[in-house]
Write a protein that binds this ligand. Structure first.
Ligand SMILES: NC(=O)c1ccc[n+]([C@@H]2O[C@H](COP(=O)([O-])OP(=O)(O)OC[C@H]3O[C@@H](n4cnc5c(N)ncnc54)[C@H](OP(=O)(O)O)[C@@H]3O)[C@@H](O)[C@H]2O)c1
Length: 292
């Protein structure tokens, strides 16, 4: 594991920390004497984790697929905490059965992507007063699977129901998270906002991610898979590595990046296309009703 010198006495929000990588990250970060906010949609599971971790952990209800819930979360956070050092956007779903949110948005798109965008922008005023503020955006190697962006996800005409469609939307949301992370840093630099925006991926690690699809559930529990403790290394690296300036994609140092040690990697070439990133920002900003 990396040195922990830069990760102590911080206040850190981790979305989706009631299971898998988020839970592992919460345990590890709390053990280093940081205050960890267990931002979980499920109160029962969130409280259980709060109790399990004990000292340094606070449950706060948050559903990242719901704007009102994110607004309430930020209000409640402001009442309770005077500073925020790191936001870790980690909550996510994969191969979810067809479902729309209350406002009619496809559930994977809302949870995996719009939630990252909206919550990050809402919490910027909290982050700027930290001495070393960061937004860590968890993405995936599935971001490499997109050859051409399908912009229809912003206004899906048909239900996402086949396995192929579910895989495609998952890959797209991971590409969007990454494009957002890099574009956010560019916009921070332009406006001299002192926050670092860093994207990372865990490889392929044991977790509850496959829960919505029988085969995936089996795969994500296979003994040959790396543990969530291993999988969380890139998230911790992104939190502590002082050589990161923001705008990086932290992946793993092996060919397929399924497992390995954290290192800066090249993203899908689409991420480098400024027009595509700007278009994504514009469309997301309009959809979420928020801008930097
Ligand atoms: N595991 C991997 O190999 C892998 C690889 C690449 C990327 N990732 C990414 O890593 C992140 C964490 O996934 P994981 O593997 O740890 O899976 P996981 O065990 O299923 O954890 C996902 C977490 O997200 C939470 N969540 C889902 N929808 C939410 C919502 N609307 N609001 C708030 N929280 C919500 C879940 O909460 P509940 O407990 O309430 O369901 C859970 O705590 C995901 O973004 C995933 O895309 C994972």
């Amino acid at each position: 594991m990396q040195k922990n010198l830069n990760l102590t006495n911080k206040t850190i929000i981790i979305t989706g920390s009631s299971s898998g990588l988020g839970l592992e990250a919460a345990k590890r970060i709390a053990s280093l004497n940081n205050t960890v906010i267990i931002a979980s949609r499920n109160e029962k599971r969130g409280r259980k984790v709060e109790k399990e971790i004990g000292k340094n952990s606070y449950f706060m209800q948050l559903d990242v697929s719901n704007k009102e819930s994110m607004d309430n979360f930020v209000k409640n956070f402001n009442k309770k905490f005077s500073k925020l050092d790191i936001l870790i956007n980690n909550a996510g779903i994969m191969l979810h059965p067809p479902k729309k949110t209350e406002d009619g948005t496809e559930i994977t798109f809302a949870t995996n992507y719009l939630g990252y965008f909206y919550l990050s922008l809402k919490l910027i005023p909290n982050l700027v007063s930290s001495s070393d503020p960061k937004i860590i955006n968890v993405s995936s190697i599935s971001s490499y699977h997109v050859d051409k962006i399908n912009w229809d996800y912003f206004n899906p005409i048909k239900k996402i129901s086949s396995f192929k469609e579910k895989r495609e939307i998952y890959a797209h949301t991971n590409l969007f998270r990454l494009m957002f992370s890099i574009e956010l840093q560019k916009r921070f630099n332009k406006k001299s906002v002192p926050i670092k925006s860093i994207a990372c991926h865990p490889g392929v690690a044991k977790s509850q991610l496959g829960r919505y699809f029988f085969l995936a559930k089996l795969i994500y529990a296979l003994p040959v898979m790396v543990s969530s403790r291993e999988g969380v290394k890139s998230i911790i690296f992104s939190c502590i590595n002082q050589n990161l300036n923001g705008g990086e994609f932290v992946g793993l140092d092996t060919k397929r990046q399924h497992r390995g040690n954290p290192t800066i990697v090249k993203p899908n070439p689409i991420v480098e296309i400024e027009d595509q990133r700007n278009k994504l920002w514009q469309m997301t900003s309009e959809k979420c009703g928020i801008d930097l």
